[in-house]
Each structure stands twice: as structure tokens, then as C-alpha cells.
Design a protein around this ligand. Structure first.
Ligand SMILES: Cc1cc2nc3c(=O)[nH]c(=O)nc-3n(C[C@H](O)[C@H](O)[C@H](O)COP(=O)(O)OP(=O)(O)OC[C@H]3O[C@@H](n4cnc5c(N)ncnc54)[C@H](O)[C@@H]3O)c2cc1C
Ligand SMILES: *[C@@H]1O[C@H](CO)[C@@H](O)[C@H](O)[C@H]1NC(C)=O
Ligand SMILES: *[C@@H]1O[C@H](CO)[C@@H](O)[C@H](O)[C@H]1NC(C)=O
Ligand SMILES: *[C@@H]1O[C@H](CO)[C@@H](O)[C@H](O)[C@H]1NC(C)=O
Ligand SMILES: *[C@@H]1O[C@H](CO)[C@@H](O)[C@H](O)[C@H]1NC(C)=O
Ligand SMILES: *[C@@H]1O[C@H](CO)[C@@H](O)[C@H](O)[C@H]1NC(C)=O
Ligand SMILES: *[C@@H]1O[C@H](CO)[C@@H](O)[C@H](O)[C@H]1NC(C)=O
Ligand SMILES: *[C@@H]1O[C@H](CO)[C@@H](O)[C@H](O)[C@H]1NC(C)=O
Length: 481
């Protein structure tokens, strides 16, 4: 029962803004559940987009911020992203925030050859593997123009057709920055974006007049590579996003820094190691919401849930006392493994002649094997560290739905390869992105209970988490104007 909880006043944790009297009693009290991209951005935009000051408490069950943005650091100063690794120039919120906080952006992958390696690499070599042979191999040391020419040669005018459609989709997507809007379903429909999300990728691309070679090779490689899903199953917008990772950026030193800066800049009280257990209406109208966590019980004016609902273990009751329900979503459970080896991948594993160059990034597009049984989904070389030109560490990142087999390294690396170290992490990564036109509303209760992660059914990226957060921040700000 809600009203039995002892309410701890927040006034004690208020952080005064510069040149300002402490206005604790007037500042709206906001609870944010989750210190990932969404939660951090919600805190930041609340403070930065208005002159109103808010007393913000951010609850985070883990002992670090960032959520699915996590950077692995082996202590040698070459960080590697375990979760979200890249964003694109159209990701306005992330780019603006990185600039605002003076963080350096780098071209994604430009730290791949962090130390001097004798050979000169111009373009990433990339391969689409079907379990037996490479369907497509972009060779090493090819210029950008050369690789475009090769694509045009293989996929013809479909490349141009796709780029034209992508440009249209990006323009529609930019409509969602005209905020706030109340309902994602309506906003996506108004922007024409449900035309993309209602069909699977194959059907959408076919409606663009794109041929099956493009869909079955580049398209499938992109949806498998990014979301571990097949192009004929994943909704069309996610398929287009998957094919739009060219010219990508990362933050030098780790993407988590954007969200760390956002939280600090918002002067939010951050409670790490603190799980929210329940959110319920308060008995006193002055305390509309009660948040119960492993840290105790506090009262708030507004509550923002910024984590996938079903894995959060929070019991939520609306102001009328009903149990709040959220559209069920299935998150793919996956493994990310980083391995440092003394050799590059073995050509033999890929049925290539000895001494043939194996592409640096490989997507497994084997469609004869059940997705869950594939030995790996993607393997990519993320860094090469050479002490001398003959003594290098080749560091690979592997995505898989299943745990890697114990003998996997001895299969993919030539015999005699030394494995220096490896590290692996499991994620409930992203939703299974079925075609849909209906998205979970941001509003769980019009009395000030908000939910951000319905956005992930639409597109699951860092940028869209910040977009949902910014929209909800704007809706909250409107309430207190
Ligand atoms: C392997 C992988 C690769 C990816 N690659 C990219 C990419 O290249 N580019 C890109 O843009 N996106 C990528 N993504 C997607 C991106 O990481 C997510 O869309 C985004 O980070 C989600 O942020 P969020 O804040 O909405 O959720 P989360 O990051 O999941 O944050 C939720 C937080 O809430 C906390 N929490 C949960 N329950 C509770 C509770 N009861 N109480 C308190 N705290 C709680 C969690 O610990 C977590 O920190 C990738 C994801 C994965 C897994
Ligand atoms: C904050 O107040 C200043 C001065 O009154 C005003 O110029 C500015 O537009 C306000 N900013 C916002 C975001 O409301
Ligand atoms: C969180 O808990 C872990 C494990 O119990 C502990 O090592 C860590 O210091 C705690 N961190 C914080 C910020 O409380
Ligand atoms: C923060 O607010 C300022 C002042 O309104 C604005 O100029 C700036 O762009 C905002 N920062 C971000 C990252 O949105
Ligand atoms: C993809 O969509 C088309 C058109 O709606 C449909 O015929 C096809 O069965 C779908 N594919 C899958 C795997 O669901
Ligand atoms: C937020 O960041 C801006 C830009 O770096 C800075 O001017 C401002 O002082 C910061 N505010 C706080 C409270 O850290
Ligand atoms: C939710 O509960 C499950 C099962 O008890 C647990 O594995 C998971 O870590 C919990 N999630 C959070 C965010 O505490
Ligand atoms: C790489 O750099 C190291 C240290 O700066 C140097 O000793 C080595 O000769 C260089 N190797 C090559 C191949 O240039």
C-alpha cells in the first residue's frame, strides 16, 4: 500500500545552481529511472532547455552510468566499445552534445591501426560470408571511390535508388525534432515514417524497385550486422538505418562520456547501485509520486522511466491505483566478445587459399543455419597494436546470439596463434524489431509518469534515446511554465 511508505524529503540533496538562491521548495522534483543514454539526456534537457530549475534524482541499478553504452579499457589506453559504438552526422542531439561538452569526435574505426603497422590501409575490407564462401568482398587498400565503383558495378542503380530513399527518410525523421509531441505513434504517422515501419525490410525495398541481389547481400548483411535480425523480418525503417552507418563517428575515449557530461551538467543527484522497485501514487496531493528503491522511499512530482520496462523489475501503479501495463517487447540476448590474438583470422576457416587476405569486417549471412545456431554473427578487427611490424596484437570484436564454442578461437585463428586475452559481455541488446505502426506512448499517466523506451521499437539507437528524452523533457517543462 502506497500511503504506508515513509516519505523522505528531497530538500537535503538539492544542488544550488550558480548565482541562485536555494529554491528547493519550489523546484519540481523529478525522478529518472536509469542512467543510460535516455536517462542522462532527460536530466540534461530538463535543465538545459528551460530557465526553470529542477531537482533531479537519477536512479541507476548498476555501479556505473551509461547502460548499453559501455567502453572496455584494457588499461593500455585504447578503449573499445562493448555496446553502442557509432553514430552518424544526422544524429543531431549527439553531435551537438559532444560539441557542447568539448568532446573530440573521431571517424568510427579510425583508431583501428592505433600503432604503426607497415601496410597502408585506405578502406576497410569488408566481407559478406554465407557459411561457405564470401558473396561479396571489398578488398583492402581500395580507395573510397574504388569501393563505390565496385558497389555500382555489382548492385547497379539500386545503390542510387536506395540513397535517394534514404535521403527522403532522413528528412522525414528530422520532423521528430519539432518537439514536443505527445504520442510517437501520431508523430511517426504525421512524418510519414510509419510507411517505413509497417513493412519488413525486404517488402519495403522491393516497393522502392530495389532488386533482390542488393536486398539479399548488402541489405541482409546490414540488418544482421547491426541488429542481428533478417531483412525480411525486421521493420523497414530499422533496415534503412542499418544501411546508413557510413561516415560514422565515435567519441574519442568512449561514447559514455557524452552521458556522463550530461548527468554532471544537469547537477542531478546520481544514485548508483540503487534499483527502483516500485513507483506508486502518493497519498498526499503535494507528493504525487512515490518511488521505492533499495535506497529507501522518496516523493516526486514527475517520474521518468528510462529503461526497458520488462527487464526493469519495477512495479508501477497509476494515479488511479491500477497496475500500469506496457506493450511487451522481446529483447535479443547477445554476446559481445573482444579477443586479442597474435595472428589475423585464418583464411582456411573461410575456405580461402592460404595467404589470402581475410576481410577485416565479416557479417555472417548464412541463411541455411538457424540464426540462434550460427557460430558468430559478425567478426571485426577493431584494433591492431604492433610493437614491431612482425609482432602485433590483432583485436577482434565478435557478436553472437549464442555463447562462443570453447574451441572457436582455434577454428578461426591459424594453429600456433597465441590468444593474449579475451573479454566477454552479455546484453539484452535491442528489441526484436517486428513491423508495426503502433508505438508505446511516452505518457504512462497524465499526472506525470513517463516512459522513454517505447522509442526503441521505432529505432533503437543512442540518438533516438536522447530524442525521446528531449521530447519528454519538453513535455515536463511545459507543465511547469
Ligand atoms: C552490442 C550493442 C551495440 C549497439 N550499437 C549501437 C550503435 O553502434 N549505435 C547506437 O546508436 N546504438 C547502438 N546500440 C543501441 C544503444 O546502445 C541503445 O539504444 C541505447 O544505449 C539505449 O539507451 P537507454 O538509456 O534507452 O537504455 P539503457 O542503456 O539500457 O539504460 C537503462 C539503464 O537503466 C538501468 N536500470 C534498469 N532497471 C533499473 C531499475 N529498476 N532501477 C534503476 N536503474 C535501472 C540499467 O542498469 C541501465 O543503466 C547498441 C546496443 C548494443 C547492446
Ligand atoms: C531564459 O530566460 C532568458 C532571459 O529572460 C530568455 O532570454 C531565454 O529565452 C530563456 N530561455 C528559455 C529556454 O526559456
Ligand atoms: C556498488 O556496488 C559494488 C559491488 O557491491 C561496489 O564494489 C561499488 O563500490 C559500489 N559503488 C557505489 C558507487 O556505491
Ligand atoms: C544548451 O542550452 C544552450 C542555451 O539555450 C544552447 O545554446 C545549447 O545548444 C544547449 N546545448 C545542447 C547540447 O543542446
Ligand atoms: C515480408 O513482407 C511481405 C509483404 O508483406 C510478406 O509477404 C512476407 O511474408 C514478409 N516476410 C516475412 C519473413 O515475414
Ligand atoms: C554545462 O555546460 C556548459 C557548457 O560547457 C557550461 O557553460 C555550464 O557551466 C555547465 N553547467 C553546469 C552546471 O555544469
Ligand atoms: C530483474 O530480475 C531478474 C530476475 O530476478 C534479474 O536477473 C535482473 O538482473 C533484474 N534486473 C534489474 C535491472 O535489477
Ligand atoms: C613502430 O613504432 C615503434 C616505436 O615508435 C618503432 O620502434 C618501430 O620501429 C615502428 N615500426 C614500424 C614498422 O614502423
Amino acid at each position: 500500500m502506497v500511503w504506508m511508505y515513509v516519505v523522505i524529503s528531497l530538500a537535503a540533496v538539492v544542488v544550488a545552481k550558480a548565482n541562485q538562491e536555494i529554491v528547493a521548495l519550489q523546484s519540481p522534483r523529478i525522478a529518472i529511472v536509469g542512467a543510460g543514454a535516455g536517462g542522462a539526456a532527460a536530466a540534461f534537457y530538463l535543465q538545459n532547455s528551460s530557465n526553470q530549475s529542477f531537482d533531479i534524482v537519477v536512479y541507476e541499478s548498476a555501479d556505473r552510468i551509461g547502460g548499453r553504452v559501455e567502453t572496455f579499457d584494457d588499461g593500455e589506453g585504447h578503449p573499445i566499445e562493448l555496446g553502442a559504438s557509432l553514430f552518424v552526422p544526422a544524429n543531431k542531439n549527439l553531435i551537438d552534445a559532444a560539441r557542447f561538452f568539448d568532446l573530440s569526435l573521431m571517424k568510427h574505426g579510425s583508431d583501428k591501426h592505433a600503432t604503426n603497422e607497415s601496410d597502408n590501409i585506405k578502406a576497410d575490407s569488408f566481407g559478406i560470408w554465407n557459411g561457405k564462401s564470401f558473396l561479396y568482398k571489398r578488398p583492402r587498400s581500395e580507395s573510397y571511390i574504388g569501393s563505390i565503383a565496385r558497389l555500382l558495378y555489382r548492385y547497379g542503380f539500386d545503390i542510387v535508388r536506395f540513397q535517394r530513399q534514404r535521403q527522403r527518410a532522413i528528412e522525414s525523421f528530422l520532423d521528430l525534432y519539432n518537439q514536443p509531441f505527445h504520442d510517437l505513434t501520431d508523430a511517426a504517422y504525421a512524418a510519414g515514417l510509419t510507411d517505413y515501419t509497417m513493412s519488413n525490410g525486404t517488402a519495403l525495398f522491393e516497393s522502392f524497385g530495389i532488386g533482390s541481389k542488393f536486398i539479399q547481400e548488402l541489405g541482409l548483411a546490414a540488418t544482421r550486422g547491426n541488429y542481428l535480425q533478417n531483412i525480411d523480418e525486421i521493420q523497414g525503417l530499422a533496415a534503412m538505418v542499418s544501411l546508413s552507418t557510413d561516415n560514422a563517428y565515435s567519441v574519442k575515449g568512449g561514447n559514455w562520456q557524452i552521458f556522463d557530461k550530461m548527468l554532471k551538467n544537469a547537477s542531478a543527484a546520481l544514485l548508483l547501485n540503487t534499483s527502483v522497485i516500485a513507483v506508486q501514487p502518493g497519498a498526499d496531493p503535494k507528493d504525487p509520486w512515490i518511488v521505492r528503491s533499495s535506497d529507501g522511499v522518496r516523493a516526486f512530482d514527475q517520474v521518468v522511466i528510462a529503461t526497458p520496462f520488462h527487464s526493469s523489475n519495477i512495479s508501477v501503479h497509476s494515479s488511479s491505483g491500477d497496475l500500469v501495463k506496457v506493450q511487451p517487447v522481446y529483447y535479443l540476448h547477445m554476446h559481445v566478445t573482444i579477443v586479442s590474438a597474435s595472428s589475423r583470422l585464418d583464411p582456411e576457416y573461410f575456405n580461402l587459399k592460404p595467404d589470402t587476405y581475410v576481410p577485416e569486417s565479416i557479417v555472417n549471412c548464412d541463411s541455411d543455419t538457424n540464426a540462434a545456431d550460427l557460430p558468430f554473427h559478425t567478426i571485426s578487427l577493431v584494433q591492431t597494436r604492433c610493437v614491431t611490424s612482425s609482432s602485433c596484437q590483432y583485436i577482434y570484436k565478435i557478436f553472437s546470439l549464442r555463447k562462443l564454442k570453447p574451441d572457436f578461437y582455434s577454428e578461426i585463428f591459424p594453429s600456433g596463434t597465441e590468444i593474449y586475452w579475451d573479454y566477454s559481455k552479455e546484453w539484452d541488446s535491442f528489441p526484436r524489431l517486428d513491423p508495426t505502426t503502433h508505438f508505446q506512448s511516452f505518457v504512462l499517466d497524465s499526472n506525470g509518469l513517463w516512459y522513454l523506451n517505447g522509442m526503441e521499437q521505432f529505432i533503437s539507437t543512442m540518438e533516438t534515446s536522447t530524442l525521446a528524452a528531449r521530447n519528454v523533457a519538453n513535455l515536463i517543462i511545459q507543465k511547469f511554465l
